[in-house]
Design a protein around this ligand. Structure first.
Ligand SMILES: [Zn+2]
Length: 275
């Protein structure tokens, strides 16, 4: 059955403070859902438990509150997040998808270390060195990769289960979007490749509902030197929220010159061309 209700998601990773690019992305997802009378899902990606820090989790809630953003699904605050919503509670679900892919013959264990790949001059796509080695997955010794060979790709097999036995980002992203009924994902153009891989994995695992999710990739926010913003400039939200929302409106081409923009409610009054 086709879903009739729009659900978008805000998907911060608490391994650093949010930057303006993150907040613009959240505003876009929020605005689309609200304009459609849909729901917003706050999905905090703490799969990489070594890099996820409580101070960054707390900052996510602080920043969202500062710009007046609300959501309908997901943790209400840091305590609720740690009690119920951390991705560690969903490990079984992620392992189930990895097992499905393995059972269907789409995975292989890989013993290549980062050092070895570097020595072999591999800088971007993994060239499938271990595809035919028939290794077993062994924690701390091998990782598990998604095999794209059957899909016609000679390289670029992503890791789906890390050496430390933690499911990789793609797996969490697919499972969460499906399980929480996400219908629309607006993400940066830097994630076009991720979207492609996630679609391939969902298709390999025969998750047909995944085809119904609409993905759109927006331009990345650039700094004054034309570089992608990747680090927080410190005070992304804070006391400048009005200015931030106005800047977002300009970035979106929402012609705020004729309409004063002070808060998210003002954005709602503007026509949004992506709908
Ligand atoms: Zn390998």
């Amino acid at each position: 059955m086709k879903k009739t209700e729009v659900i978008t998601r805000l998907a911060p990773t608490p391994s650093g403070f949010l930057h303006k690019g993150n907040l613009f992305n959240f505003m876009l997802n929020w605005l689309y859902a609200r304009k459609c009378g849909g729901k917003v899902f706050l999905r905090i990606d703490d799969l990489d438990s070594e890099r996820a820090k409580p101070e960054f989790v707390e900052a996510i809630f602080r920043d969202l509150e500062a710009i007046g953003m609300d959501w309908d699904l997901g943790p209400s605050g840091p305590d609720d997040f740690y009690k119920k919503w951390s991705q560690k509670y969903r490990t079984d679900r992620y392992v189930e998808l990895i097992k499905t892919l393995s059972d269907k013959g789409f995975t292989y264990a890989c013993e290549c270390s980062r050092k070895l790949l570097h020595e072999q001059g591999v800088s971007a796509e993994y060239p499938g060195i271990c595809r035919t080695k028939n290794l077993d997955f062994e924690q701390n010794i091998t990782s598990l990769r998604f095999n794209r060979e059957a899909l016609g790709f000679a390289s670029g097999d992503p890791i789906i289960l890390r050496k430390d036995n933690i499911p990789a980002y793609h797996i969490g992203s697919i499972c969460d979007d499906i399980d929480f009924g996400v219908t629309h994902v607006f993400r940066g153009k830097d994630l076009i490749e991720s979207t492609q891989l996630q679609k391939e994995m969902a298709s390999a695992a025969a998750i047909s509902d995944y085809d119904d999710i609409q993905f759109q990739h927006h331009d990345l926010l650039l700094d004054s030197k034309g570089q992608k913003i990747s680090k927080s400039a410190g005070n992304a939200a804070g006391s400048q929220e009005g200015l931030l929302i106005k800047e977002f409106a300009v970035w979106m081409g929402l012609s705020p010159q004729s309409n004063p923009i002070h808060n998210l409610a003002d954005l709602m009054a503007l026509p949004l061309s992506i709908i």
